[in-house]
Write a protein that binds this ligand. Structure first.
Ligand code: 5AD
Ligand code: SF4
Length: 439
């Protein structure tokens, strides 16, 4: 039996694509292994959104030279961006593939093996294949990623994603519903709808966004927990807020990247909303869903960012009361407009601001956790903690991580994928703890 080891970097779309790659390889007679040194093929699903992820990839691929020659394949966003160039940098790579041809990986691996010659295949975004239509081997039986769009039509000036994922393409409404129905029938209890900008779902295919309608229709399939990522504030409509508020399937959670709190920087980023518009949107969301957990993405050190701009970012974090935030140091990406802008912020200053921001985010995250103490949460158990086999880890409906002790006279695996009630009794910055309610 041929074995493969799959390593995934980056965003949820990559995680989804990796589940499809696993599905394809499993169907073609391959078997997954968690041990890279035992694998006949090692596959990297890569990310180029920031430089750090790229450096990690280079290091990891280079270190494989020492292993006794498994096939090495590099796909995802770096594969798409670099194609042949990647082979020049890493000559021991056998297969390079992109974001539009994951379905072809089994064939490319076979060819590389039979011919002992490298296979490089990168297609553009005119191909009509959606990875979401391929068979999947999911990481968890209880959760599914369900892409609704691929690609992005926005031009945020720092972002490489539109270059590597192509123009935004919406999948057919009926196909998404059919897949959601099948997932529910298979016993999946949580679906995450995916797209670079889910809010504009349908614009390319139907001439107008249909995201609110899609949410309502997916919720009606009987799925117990429904979430989505990622939302662009400029496209999050009141209809969507209403659809979220009126369905009990929707998680009480929204990831809404703000990127910066300074209107001046937001303009330079081409985000097409102001600080005040973002905060007004947050207020509308909270009015409709008072207990919602909001999380965000923030970039620090965008070109031209002054102390005053950064103060605006801190102010937005305080005002919006985020339950959590992914914070990033600005990373210039070759070919993006921002990389050529004047006023690149010195690394030490950016780092200083970054550290202050992390402190502010931690305060805000802990404050959110504290609001949950004393409440009863509905928690989907994911499995035992990697650090402590006596602890179960799950997510509540705010998508907050919850820790509970494994109940006596049971083992962790019987709880995996179950939704349980938990009395929350303690707060940490990034998770809360409690006990499973036994009836
Ligand atoms: N530098 C730093 N962060 C970036 N992101 C995207 N591009 C860059 C970049 N060049 C962040 C944004 C986005 C998240 C996925 O990654 O915050 O929302
Ligand atoms: Fe990148 Fe902006 Fe598109 Fe998000 S919306 S993928 S940040 S261009």
């Amino acid at each position: 039996m041929k074995t493969y080891h799959l390593k995934t970097f980056g965003c949820q779309m990559n995680k989804h694509d990796s589940e499809r790659i696993a599905g394809m390889l499993d169907m073609h007679g391959w078997q997954a292994t968690t041990e890279p040194h035992e694998a006949d093929a090692i596959i990297f699903m890569t990310c180029c959104v920031r430089e750090k992820a790229e450096e990690r990839l280079q290091g990891q691929v280079a270190s494989l030279k020492a292993l006794n020659r498994p096939l090495i394949a590099v796909g995802g966003c770096i594969g798409q961006r670099d194609g042949e160039k990647l082979r020049a940098q890493l000559p021991h790579v056998d297969v390079v593939f992109g974001t539009h041809n994951v379905a072809r990986l089994p064939l490319l691996l076979e060819r590389a093996r039979e011919t002992a010659r490298a296979q490089v295949e990168v297609l553009d975004d005119t191909v009509e294949d959606f990875a979401a239509d391929l068979p999947a081997t999911p990481e968890h039986a209880f959760h599914a990623w369900l892409p609704i769009t691929v690609g992005c039509d926005n031009h945020c000036t720092y972002c490489i994603v539109p270059t590597v994922r192509g123009r935004e393409k919406s999948r057919p409404f009926e196909r998404i519903i059919e897949q959601a129905e099948n997932l529910v029938a298979d016993g999946v209890c949580e679906i995450t709808l995916l797209g670079q900008n889910v809010n504009s779902y349908g614009r390319d295919r139907y001439g107008a966004p249909r995201f609110a309608e899609l949410l309502t229709a997916v919720a009606a399939t009987g799925i117990s927990r429904l979430g989505f990522a990622t939302s662009h504030p400029k496209d999050l409509s009141d209809e969507t807020i209403q659809a979220m508020a009126s369905s009990s399937a929707l998680l009480d959670y929204l990831h809404l990247p703000v990127q910066s709190g300074s209107t001046r920087i937001l303009t330079a980023m081409n985000r097409r909303y102001t600080k005040d518009e973002y905060l007004a949107l947050v207020a509308r969301i909270r009015e409709a869903m008072p207990t919602i957990a909001l999380t965000t993405d923030i970039i620090v050190g965008f070109p031209g960012e002054t102390d005053a701009d950064f103060a605006d970012t801190l102010n937005v974090v305080r005002t919006a009361q985020f339950a959590g935030a992914f914070t990033f140091l600005y990373s210039p990406r070759e070919g993006t407009p921002a990389a050529a802008m004047d006023g690149q912020v010195p690394a030490d200053l950016a780092q200083e601001r970054f550290d202050l921001l992390v402190e502010e985010v931690q305060r805000s995250a802990r404050a959110f956790s504290e609001t949950l103490v004393g409440t009863r949460a509905s928690v989907l158990i994911e499995g035992a903690s990697k650090r402590d086999a006596g602890i179960l880890v799950g997510k509540d409906r705010h998508y907050r991580t919850v820790h509970v002790p494994v109940p006596p006279q049971s083992t962790a695996n019987v709880w995996e994928g179950r939704e349980v009630e938990v009395d929350v009794d303690a707060a940490s910055t990034w998770y809360v703890s409690g006990k499973i309610v036994t009836r």
